[in-house]
Design a protein around this ligand. Sequence first.
Ligand code: XBP
Ligand code: MG
Length: 269
Amino acid sequence: MTTLQTQNQIHVRNKLKLEALLFDVDGTLADTERDGHRVAFNKAFKELHLDWEWSVSLYGKLLSVTGGKERIRYYLREYHQTFSAPGNLSEFIAAIHARKTEIYTTMLEQGGIPLRPGVRRLLAEARTRGYRLAIATTTTPANVLALLEHALAPGSAAWFEVIAAGDIVPAKKPAPDIYTYALEKLGLAAQQCIAFEDSANGIRSSMDAGLKTIVTVNDYTRHDDFDAAALVLDHLGEPDMPCTVVMGRQFEPRYVDMNVVEKVFHDEF
Ligand code: XBP
Ligand code: MG
C-alpha cells in the first residue's frame, strides 16, 4: 500500500482536514486570456509576418483547446487548412510560441495584468493560517512566475510549494494529470485539498483528479457547464466589492475567506 493510500484511509476514518489550496492560473488568479495571451499571440504572429489575427470572439472558440502550442495547431487545422508551414510544423509552432511567451511575460513585467478581486487577500489569509498552496495550470512555467512576481509580490512564487505548469505532464487539462501531479508532489490526497478554477476544461481536470472545486467565472467561461462545482461565483469578492453567487448557497459577508473555503470543503454550504 502506498503512503498516499494509507493517508487516505486514516483521513477517511478520522474526518478530513483541509491541508492545501490548489489554484489554476489563467482566468482564476488573473483575467489573462483576452487582453494578455490573445494580444501576445497576435503580436507574435505579426512579428513573424503571419496574417493571422485572433479576434476576441475567435479566441473564445480557440480556448476550447488548452495550451498555446496546442491552440495554434488546432487553429491551423480548423480555420487555416491551406496553410503550409516552412519546414517541420511542430518546430514552427514551438518557435511562434516561444516568441509569444517572451511578449506575454514582458506584458506582465510591465504590470499589464492585475490579480482578480479577492485573490491576494485569500492567498495571504491562507498563508497566515498555515494552509499549503500549489498551482496547477496549463500555461508555460515562465508565465506563472512572471504573473506571481509582478502581479502578486516579488518572490511570491516561493509561497507555492508546488508549481505544476505547462508541458510537465503530456496531457493538459481537461485531463486530470496536472492536478494529480501536483497532489503527488504535495504528498496529499485529493480529499485533503480544494481547487480553484474558472473554466469547464479546468473543472473537468480538477474534478477528475478528485478535488472539490470552487469556480470563479469570467467573460469567456460564464456559460460553461459548472454543475459539478461546489460553489460558483463571479469572483472571490472583497469586503468593499461583494461577489455574486452564480450557483450554490448565498452567504454573508459576500467575499470568500478561509472560513467560507472551510465550509465548502466540509459540505456545510
Ligand atoms: C490556460 C491555457 C493556456 C493559456 C496560454 O491555462 O489554456 O494555454 O491560454 O498559455 P490555465 P501558453 O487556465 O490552466 O492556467 O501559451 O503558455 O500555453
Ligand atoms: Mg483557467
